[in-house]
Design a protein around this ligand. Structure first.
Ligand code: PRT
Ligand code: ZN
Length: 292
């Protein structure tokens, strides 16, 4: 059995569930090398002074708050619900979902105002309570641990407040969203005291830069194209906000190759405009890491 090292940076991630695989993938993409097998509670990284703790997602904010772990990866939904005293370091771009109030499609409650005096079943009572207070709504909150979506058909509740990602669970239960109360995704959190330890603070900073480099790379494509030299000015204008693209001369003196990084969200627009301005033979490559 491995022993945890008191000086090592401890990172808590979900053991099993929706955030488990993407969290481990992210950690590996940061260059952390570790072993994992199901049922394992912790693992020492072989190449950095980092120990990983594998926990239930609900326990992660508290472990970080209490300093058992220095960093953690948890859903924003859990952080908000628990109001944990931790610092939010980075949004991680996975585990996206919305905490929503949903009602039976053809029931008496069709809007927020109809909720007055009604029963809302949820696993997120604090977040819901705060939302209702903000809206000056009075409703009974029924705290349920799982399978919240079946409570209206059992007449345990008139509405639910639950996480939605694809919406298929709601559709299967003939429910529809009337209000989103939180947009959530996985976030990297930290214990504020961990930054007081110089060695830990320095390692956290290194890991943060690696997280940013990995996320930036995921949302960027590397585009290579050939174009007539006369199109250089218009191609530069189509690639706004980029540093100067790389221009490589070709054997055909009138032609050049242009290489540039393009953000995913504007990708197709940019490609179409590039084509329109004379670019041809456009190659698009994924970017592995991006450190600016
Ligand atoms: O065992 P442990 O406590 O660690 O795991 P868990 O079962 O409590 O959590 P898990 O693995 O289901 O979810 C972990 C985290 O994933 C959540 O805290 C959210 O941050 C995030 N996440 C993203 C989701 C969903 N999407 C999601 N769709 N968590 C739960 N759901 C559930 C939702 O509650 C509902 O039952 O999926 C159903 C709805 O999904 P759709 O796709 O039908 O809309
Ligand atoms: Zn959980």
């Amino acid at each position: 059995m491995h022993q945890l090292n008191g000086n090592n940076l401890k990172i808590a991630v979900q053991r099993k569930g929706r955030l488990a695989d993407p969290s481990q993938r992210l950690l590996r993409s940061l260059g952390l090398e570790f072993e994992y097998s199901e049922g394992r509670l912790f693992s020492k990284c072989s190449n950095l002074p980092v120990d990983l703790l594998f926990l239930r997602d609900d326990d992660i904010p508290e472990y970080v708050q209490d300093g058992v772990a220095d960093l953690g990866i948890a859903g924003l939904n859990i952080l908000r619900e628990q109001q944990a005293r931790v610092v939010r370091l980075e949004s991680l771009g996975f585990g996206a979902c919305r905490l929503c109030i949903a009602v039976p499609c053809h029931g008496p409650v069709q809007s927020l105002d109809d909720l007055s005096g009604k029963r809302i079943a949820t696993s997120y009572p604090s977040t819901l309570q705060r939302f209702l207070e903000e809206k000056s709504l009075q409703a009974d909150i029924i705290k349920i641990r799982g399978s919240v979506e079946i409570t209206p058909s059992l007449d345990v509740a008139d509405a639910i407040c639950d996480l939605v990602s694809t919406g298929s669970t709601l559709r299967q239960n003939d429910l529809k969203v009337i209000q989103t109360i939180l947009e959530s995704e996985a976030v990297l959190i930290g214990n504020p005291d961990s930054f007081k330890d110089q060695a830990k603070a320095a390692l956290i900073e290194r890991l943060r830069i690696r997280v940013q480099g990995t996320l930036k790379a995921r949302s960027t494509k590397y585009v290579m194209m050939n174009a007539p030299c006369t199109a250089l000015q218009s191609i530069r204008e189509i690639l706004p906000g980029m540093r100067s693209p790389t221009v490589v001369p070709l054997a055909d003196k009138e032609m050049m190759a242009v290489h540039a990084a393009v953000p995913e969200e504007t990708f197709w627009d940019v490609i179409e405009k590039l084509k329109g301005s004379g670019a041809q033979d456009i190659l698009v490559l994924p970017v592995e890491k991006m450190v600016l």
